[in-house]
Design a protein around this ligand. Sequence first.
Ligand SMILES: C[S@@+](CC[C@H](N)C(=O)[O-])C[C@H]1O[C@@H](n2cnc3c(N)ncnc32)[C@H](O)[C@@H]1O
Length: 191
Amino acid sequence: MHNFCRGYDKIHEILISLKTKTDITDILEIGCYAGMFVESLREMGYNASGIDKNPLILRSRGMKEGYLHYQDALDLDGYSDGLYDLIFTNRVLSREALIGELIDEYSSTVIEFISNGEKNKETFRKEVDSISRVRNRNILQAAYKRIKPGKYFVAVESDAEQLCFTEQEARALGYFIEQYDPSKAILKKPN
Ligand SMILES: C[S@@+](CC[C@H](N)C(=O)[O-])C[C@H]1O[C@@H](n2cnc3c(N)ncnc32)[C@H](O)[C@@H]1O
């Protein structure tokens, strides 16, 4: 039994269940950070790769060996023309994930803004929600073009966090909804 960190056990469970229905070989993780789970998938025999727009990835072994890339998911066309059986995210498509990134990028300004009283907190929450929704729709759309027909996009969040896109938004992009709850979505590209 594998012991994966923060949410990857859920991705692993979903992967096992998808494999009962279809072949899953080529896998891309969006927002893989240092790529630990991509490494595990490769050890299990999958043709797995990962991208992250955080330059931290530049220090990883996978970057040198060519399966981890410093790359924004919004530009998958500039990344490769490969197609995948599964594209997934873990803790990338929630409001909390975006706040974490904003704090990394603009720490003092953001913290000052958040701590400026209840009204600003609410404004901040709405702003982040709306940035997150647009960003996530764009990620889902970019991923759709890179998924093989009949194959999958999976997004998972920690239990306390929620995906910041709706079933309707995913459907409007062409996905068939196999499963959707606030912290887990299994979307299929139709044949
Ligand atoms: C909260 S971290 C989660 C990292 C990892 N998936 C985990 O669960 O440990 C979110 C990651 O998503 C990456 N990310 C966010 N938007 C991205 C995008 N458009 N393209 C590539 N990576 C992105 C961030 O750089 C960050 O490393």
